[in-house]
Design a protein around this ligand. Structure first.
Ligand code: GMT
Length: 375
């Protein structure tokens, strides 16, 4: 089967999932064509099973906003025709499902029928897509997809609650290649980051307001009052400056390292003792799963799909949004002694196994079969 994969090529979770899915499908013999404006960050190896087609948007001074959807739908038409694709899989509804539907309609004009699968990732439903400016177009393109998947039960429920959706939604959770996250490094180079007696706490995200970055700093502030520790902040985003300022104000700037975007998150997780994710909204929490796969317990909020990933009292703990005291108390409960920490690390890894690639990719294959049969 030849699949056109449409996604955001940047560090966001939806692009990572699309890329990992494309790679896993190519390993199974599918021909996968990524169609996006830049080569996806995690797509290192192009092979005869993996192709990349760049969507170029020519700049024209008349346009205040350059029409990316138009360029994408035209590119989709051309790639589908040239490479005889069988199916389109678009990740993140805005504007990919809309552009995909336009491409489908244009292809119908020349006698080509191609099904479109839309995967909803989170903010395309809960934050951006729900805005009245976008809602009619998002509702329309979800309803016009031949199959729709969401990355958690919680996101499925949000979609049905917030949108007038007539389509069935299949839940296909995000997944992880456990081998990549198995600590094969003999030396995690922990010494580069912290003293022997210090615990290492990590947060990875796009540092947007929805991640509640100030709560990360506030929770860490309380942890370091009881246990010698360091905080590693990975990612770039609009909250970074404010978070750095807060660290200075609290007098903990020397204990917090802002590393920026990194494609070596696995190495950082290798020496991490605890992962913090105090998000306001999180449809799944791929970064929490990545931490768990590396044997790192997670203290997170109980929002959205997080309870489907982080098992309370097993892989870590869940707290109400904004409950800084509770998150700090749970972090200290995990970090208090070697034995407890060891138990949580072991169980975090075990909890991650149900999301391993081999368990989840067949669910997408079944969705593809279903879309092909209804289109
Ligand atoms: O975390 C983000 O804001 C990025 C966003 C994306 O679309 O790339 O993440 C969403 O999709 C991820 C992959 O499915 C999920 O793991 C994240 O929970 C989800 N983010 C939110 O719902 C805020």
């Amino acid at each position: 089967m030849k699949i056109g994969m449409v996604c955001y090529p940047t560090f966001g979770g939806s692009g990572v999932v699309a890329t990992e899915l494309g790679i896993a499908l190519a390993d199974k013999g599918y021909e996968v064509h990524f169609i996006t404006y830049k080569q996806p960050v995690k797509l290192e190896l192009l092979s005869h099973h993996i192709h990349f087609h760049e969507v170029v948007v020519p700049q024209y001074p008349l346009f205040q906003y350059q029409p990316y959807e138009l360029a994408l739908s035209s590119k989709l038409v051309n790639v589908v025709r040239e490479h005889k694709l069988d199916l389109l899989h678009v990740h993140y509804a805005i504007p990919h499902a809309y552009a995909g539907y336009m491409a489908k309609k244009m292809l119908e004009e020349v006698g080509i029928k191609i099904p479109m699968v839309t995967t909803l990732h989170g903010t395309d439903i809960t934050l951006v897509g729900n805005h009245p400016f976008y809602k009619p177009a998002v509702t329309f393109s979800i309803n016009k997809s031949d199959a729709v998947t969401s990355v958690s039960e919680s996101l499925k429920n949000d979609t049905l609650r917030l949108f007038d959706v007539q389509r069935e939604i299949d839940v296909v959770p995000n997944f992880i290649d456990l081998e990549k996250h198995t600590n094969t490094f003999t030396d995690c180079q922990r010494g580069m980051m912290a003293q022997e007696n210090e615990r290492i706490i990590t947060h990875v995200s796009n540092l947007r307001p929805v991640k509640r970055i100030m709560d990360v700093i506030a929770v860490f502030y309380k942890i370091q009052q009881s246990i010698p520790s360091k905080l590693i902040m990975v990612g770039e985003g609009p909250e970074k400056e404010g978070a750095e300022a807060l660290c200075h104000k609290l007098g903990i700037a020397d204990k917090v390292l802002f590393l920026g975007n990194s494609d070596e998150v696995n190495k950082i997780l290798c020496f991490t003792d605890l992962f913090l994710l105090p998000s306001e909204k999180e449809s799944f929490g791929l970064s929490a799963l990545e931490a768990m796969a590396s044997g790192v317990p997670v203290v997170s909020t109980n929002t959205g799909g997080l309870p489907e990933v982080n098992e309370h009292g097993i892989s870590g703990y869940l707290n109400e949004i904004g409950d800084v005291e509770g998150m700090a108390a749970h972090a200290l409960a995990i970090l208090k002694d070697e034995d407890t920490l060891k138990q949580f690390k072991k169980r975090a890894k075990e909890s991650a196994t149900k999301f391993q690639t081999d368990n989840i990719v067949p669910l997408y294959e079944a969705v593809y079969e279903k879309a092909l049969s209804v289109a």
